[in-house]
Design a protein around this ligand. Structure first.
Ligand code: SF4
Ligand code: SF4
Length: 233
C-alpha cells in the first residue's frame, strides 16, 4: 500500500503540509528544528459524535460534563495511536518520522514552544482557524483532534495550500460562548481570548463542576446540521 493510501485509511481527515514553503514564521515561532524534515503529515481524528451532541446539556449535568471531558482526552489517545501506526509504517518504508502529538511536543526535536497542530493543519489546507480559534473543517467542523508527523517521506505531490476562512458572517460561537471569550473579528488571534476562556472554565471548576466547556465546538455550523439550518434561514 502507498504511504498516502495508508494514512487515508486510518484518518478521518488528513493532509500534507510543505514546511519548506514560507517557513520563516514557523521557524521564528518554534525554532529551526520544526523544519528538520520537509513535510508534515496532518492527522485529524473525529471525536465521538454522540458525546459531542450532549454538550449543551453538560452545563446542567455533571455526569455528561465528565463524559465529554473524558472523551476529549480519550480522543487524544486514539489520535496518538493512529500517529504511531502511521509513523511505524513510514519507518518500515525506509523514511524518518517524528510525532508531535496532541501536546505538540517530541523528545526528538528541540522546539522553542509546544507545536500547535492547528498550524500544520492550516498550512496543509485541511481547514481554517475559526473565530473560536479551533481548526475547522468543511466536513466535520472543529469536532476533531489533531496530531502531526514530521517526515522526509516523499509526499510532495500531496501538499495542500492554506485555506481561507469560511466563517464569513457567522457569529454562532460568538453568541453561544458562556465565557464571552469570542468576539466577531476575522482574525482568530484577536477574536478569541484564551484568558477569558480559561477564566470561565476555572470558574466552573471552582463551583465544583468538571472542567469542561465545548459550546464553541458544538455550535459551529460546519459539523452541526441543526446550526447549519439556522444559518441558512
Ligand atoms: S471553550 Fe467555552 S468558554 Fe472557551 S471559547 Fe469555547 S465556548 Fe467559550
Ligand atoms: S461557529 Fe461560525 S464563526 Fe464560529 S468558528 Fe464556526 S463558522 Fe466560524
Amino acid at each position: 500500500m502507498q504511504i498516502m493510501e495508508y494514512i487515508e485509511s486510518l484518518t478521518d481527515v488528513c493532509g500534507i503540509a510543505d514546511l519548506n514553503k514560507d517557513n520563516k514564521k514557523l521557524i521564528k515561532t518554534y525554532g529551526k528544528d520544526i523544519c528538520k524534515y520537509p513535510y508534515a503529515i496532518v492527522i485529524g481524528h473525529k471525536m465521538n459524535e454522540d458525546i459531542i451532541e450532549t454538550i449543551p446539556l453538560t452545563y446542567n449535568d455533571d455526569k455528561l460534563a465528565k463524559k465529554y471531558n473524558d472523551e476529549y482526552y480519550n480522543s487524544h489517545k486514539r489520535a496518538s495511536n493512529i500517529a504511531k501506526k502511521i509513523n511505524n509504517y513510514i519507518q518500515n518504508e525506509g523514511y524518518d518520522g517524528i510525532i508531535l502529538d496532541v501536546s505538540g511536543k517530541s523528545d526528538e526535536i528541540n522546539l522553542k514552544q509546544s507545536f500547535s497542530n492547528k498550524a500544520s493543519a492550516h498550512i496543509a489546507g485541511v481547514g481554517w482557524l475559526g473565530k473560536n480559534n479551533l481548526l475547522t473543517t468543511k466536513e466535520f467542523g472543529p469536532r476533531l483532534t489533531w496530531v502531526t508527523i514530521l517526515t522526509n517521506a516523499p509526499l510532495g505531490e500531496y501538499t495542500g495550500v492554506e485555506m481561507e476562512s469560511l466563517c464569513d458572517e457567522c457569529t454562532l460561537c460568538v453568541n453561544a460562548c458562556p465565557g464571552n471569550a469570542i468576539v466577531d473579528l476575522p482574525d482568530p488571534s484577536k477574536s478569541y481570548s484564551p484568558e477569558k476562556c480559561g477564566k470561565y472554565i476555572m470558574s466552573r471548576r471552582d463551583e465544583g463542576h468538571p472542567m469542561a466547556c465545548g459550546m464553541c465546538l458544538y455550535i459551529c455550523p460546519y459539523g452541526n446540521n441543526k446550526s447549519r439550518k439556522i444559518l441558512e434561514k
